[in-house]
Design a protein. Structure first.
Length: 139
């Protein structure tokens, strides 16, 4: 795998800016969730003010591009990279709070065997870093 051109901090900065730009006026919090495994991409973006219900928003291309880059820059040969992420942008505090799932089965419909195999091909991990559920699904 080719080393990334940018680091995690730079990509997170761009991702935060893209989320901020996507948020409607008055939104206090923006939440982005994504599962990115092989060729499977499932994501959602919501925004709301305070404790109110979150309203769904279209996911801009800039957010998706930044997430794809983030997956690449966070890859390590010892661990692979994350499978799922959740980002919460607190607009009042100007902070982006990212969470990453490297090992647990992501929620939602089952991931196709081909997507899991592609994930390990594109983002290799040592055998002891492959989650059991993933190894079982691939066979």
């Amino acid at each position: 795998m080719t080393p990334p051109a940018r680091d995690t901090t730079a990509v997170l900065r761009d991702l935060g800016a893209a989320l901020r730009a996507a948020a409607p006026a008055g939104a206090a919090r923006v939440r982005y969730r994504a599962v990115v495994v092989g060729d499977v991409r499932r994501d959602e973006l919501t925004a709301g003010s305070g404790d109110e219900r979150q309203e769904p928003l279209p996911v801009p291309g800039a957010v998706r591009a930044a997430v794809e880059e983030l997956k690449r820059v966070m890859w390590t040969p010892e661990r692979g990279t994350w499978l799922q992420t959740e980002m919460v942008l607190d607009r009042a505090g100007g902070r982006l709070l990212p969470l990453f799932n490297h090992d647990a089965l992501p929620p939602g419909p089952p991931l196709p065997r081909e997507a899991l195999a592609a994930e390990l091909r594109d983002f290799p991990r040592p055998a002891d870093a492959v989650p059991g559920w993933m190894a079982d699904a691939i066979g």
